[in-house]
Design a binder for this molecule. Structure first.
Ligand code: PMV
Length: 324
């Protein structure tokens, strides 16, 4: 049976950085994110007895590191379904991968949902989130809807993501400004390894539980300014960690700083707006929907043209629009 799933990427308000189990991808700490409506991966999977090897096409390409990771994930699915049949997989992002935008979250979420269904399995969201996590940690947060918490857990079965609120809970705009076009110089998995020997890292871990508690409280109260301030502080803490690792990693590009400064200026002069940055140069700007038009106007005024506007989104779902 041919099955297709569409999965959103997500941006973390409280970040995942560091693992307590490499193999199972158990994170050192819990995290909180929102799914992004306009950064999606669509994936079609079909297990076919005539195939001798997996036939995988990702964004029009048939080879590369991404293919190996997809095969490993298909192996996990085959093991659960107790089959050995090879699969044809076609996967496409609706955003540029070369820009280093996080495609692994949406990619592994889509492959988990389409692949398990195509293999004849019928899994609950929790099981799908556990499976997606093993492909790429942050992918587990792209399975449930809207605003999401990843419960770190100590075992494979206890580390998964749940929905805190549906997308309609809060009318936010999340504008992703593309601030570089190169592939990531340091992979997140390598960056996460390096942080373990960083002497500031234990300090981060000692207060992360309190940060998660506060983030959930500000969300519940829909206190945008408190939430935004914490989101920003968290992003800067993550980047302090990577910049002080050995060797240091600097994910920012000149445009990253320009956008950060612009966000601060708009906040000072006009309305509440905040930024966050993952392990790359792009800046995610968060504001209330009512201020979105003014934000876009200001970005254009400063000659910033390359951005993607998102709203909070559903998690991963099936679709009948197959890619082959
Ligand atoms: O799941 P990965 O390996 O792509 O790691 C994601 C790491 C960050 O994006 C920097 C933080 C996060 O929580 O999404």
């Amino acid at each position: 049976m041919k099955t297709t799933a569409i999965a959103p990427s997500n941006i973390a308000f409280i970040k995942y950085w560091g693992k307590k189990d490499e193999e199972l991808r158990l994170p050192a700490n819990g995290s909180i994110s929102v799914n992004l409506s306009n950064l999606t991966t669509t994936t079609t999977v079909e297990f076919n007895k005539n195939l001798k090897v997996d036939d995988i096409t990702i964004n029009g390409k048939k080879d590369g590191k991404k293919t190996d990771r997809a095969i490993q994930h298909l192996n996990r699915i085959r093991a659960s379904a107790r089959i050995s049949t090879k699969a044809k997989v076609v996967s496409r992002n609706n955003f540029p991968t070369a820009g280093g935008l996080a495609s692994s979250a949406s990619g592994f979420a889509a492959l988990s949902v389409a692949g398990t269904k195509a293999a004849g399995l019928s899994l609950h969201k929790k099981e799908l989130s556990i499976l997606a996590r093993q492909g790429s940690g942050s992918a587990c947060r792209s399975i449930p809807d809207g605003f999401v918490e990843w419960l770190d857990g100590d075992t494979n079965e206890t580390s998964y993501a749940v929905s805190l609120y549906p997308p309609s809970f809060w009318d936010l705009s999340i504008v992703v400004v593309l601030a570089g076009s190169e592939e990531k110089s340091v992979l997140t998995s390598e960056g996460m390894q390096l942080v373990k020997s960083n002497s500031f890292y234990p300090v981060r871990l000692s207060h992360i539980g309190e940060k998660i508690r506060k983030m959930k409280q500000y969300m519940k109260e829909k206190d945008f300014e408190k939430l935004g301030s914490l989101v920003e502080a968290e992003a800067l803490e993550l980047h302090s960690m990577v910049m002080t690792s050995t060797p240091p990693i600097i994910y920012w590009q000149p445009l990253t700083i320009k956008v950060v400064r612009l966000v601060q200026e708009i906040r000072r002069k006009y309305f509440p707006v905040y930024f966050t940055i993952d392990s790359g140069p792009h800046v995610c700007i968060i504001c209330e929907k009512k201020n979105q038009d003014l934000l876009i106007q200001k970005l254009r005024q400063y000659n910033i043209q390359d951005f993607i506007i998102n709203r909070p989104s559903l998690g991963t779902r099936l679709t009948k629009n197959h890619l082959f």
